[in-house]
Design a protein around this ligand. Structure first.
Ligand SMILES: N[C@@H](CCC(=O)N[C@@H](CS)C(=O)NCC(=O)O)C(=O)O
Length: 303
């Protein structure tokens, strides 16, 4: 067993990026379904406050954010690689494009189309998450424009495939494909009929079908209590701290996303790399837990 536990919900687009990466690697994993809105009483004891989805757990190590999760998968399970062309720069750039620009257009197109049908409890929750009003009227007005943007993004993908390659890095799929794919999956699964085919964007739909066919690896389901028990039964893996972060060693810090969902993760600063930050937390029920976040897009503040 890989020991991978993914805290997720099936409709989560950022999780779909991770699920496709699990499929590329052919890994077995266990899904713990978490609520779509707060409260998340079986998640926050593990994360120390972080509420966003997905979160990966391996024993008593908790990895927040899809960008860190896929890189931790690559580190622990290197073959087949998520960087099949042997370099990561292209995938890193594609992922930033997908997570920011393309995701914003997808959100506008979906919620502008669902319009007044969006659950008020969901709206209230997402307003608290973002600190911004969830303005359905504005989204409705923007949805047609957002759809033109989405098709233009699809055309960028198709343009990259014009030399006949099957996937964005060549003949084998990688993180680039998972990242470029998941927002189109989000739209197509949430709003069937809205942007189901791009017949005049030659090559796009065939690529989309190839990525979808990769699947999600070998998934089984786990109840939240078993995930909490797995954390309790394990110890976090030992960590190193970069020389440049030595001053933070042993200090109580808050890790926080800098875009939205900024709930702080309080803990003892215990690890860092150029791409991640880690704290250790002592939970009265679960014992020692290490929580890891990406360095990019997260702040660390000593109290
Ligand atoms: N940068 C984060 C973004 C994650 C994100 O925004 N996830 C959405 C679901 S796809 C979320 O957490 N929404 C609020 C919630 O589920 O509570 C990542 O890549 O994991």
């Amino acid at each position: 067993m890989s020991g991978i536990i993914l805290h997720q919900y099936d409709s989560s687009p950022f999780t779909e990026k991770v699920r496709i990466c699990l499929g590329i690697k052919g890994l077995a994993w266990q899904a713990v379904d978490q609520p779509v809105i707060m409260p998340k009483p079986d998640l926050t004891p593990l994360t120390g406050g972080y509420r966003r989805i997905p979160v990966m757990q391996i024993g008593a190590d908790i990895y927040c954010d899809s960008t860190l999760i896929v890189r931790e998968l690559e580190r622990r399970f290197p073959a087949p690689s998520l960087f099949p062309a042997g370099n990561s720069g292209h995938a890193n750039a594609v992922e930033i494009w997908a997570d920011k620009a393309l995701f914003q257009s997808a959100v506008l197109a979906i919620f502008g189309t669902l319009g007044d049908g969006v659950d008020p409890a969901f709206i209230k929750d997402r307003e608290a998450l973002s600190g911004q009003p969830f303005n359905v009227a504005a989204m409705k007005a923007m949805a047609p424009f957002a759809l033109t943007q989405i098709k233009a993004h699809a055309a960028l993908v198709a343009e990259h495939l014009t030399d006949g390659r099957r996937f964005l890095e060549g003949d084998a799929p990688g993180l680039s494909d998972a990242a470029a794919y998941y927002n189109f999956w989000f739209i197509r699964s949430f709003c069937p009929g809205l942007a189901d085919r791009f017949d005049d964007v030659h090559g796009f739909d065939a690529w989309y079908a190839r990525v979808g066919a990769i699947g999600h690896g070998d998934r089984s389901n786990m109840i939240p209590a078993d995930a909490l028990a797995a954390a309790k039964a394990s110890e976090p893996v030992p960590l190193d701290i970069l020389q440049s972060d030595e001053a933070l060693r042993g200090r109580t810090v808050a890790l926080s996303a800098t875009d939205y969902g900024r709930d702080p993760i309080m803990g003892i600063f215990a690890g860092s790399t150029h791409s991640s930050l880690s704290v250790l937390r002592e939970d009265t029920e679960l014992g020692a837990i290490a929580v890891h976040v990406p360095r990019l897009g997260y702040s660390v503040t000593a109290s």
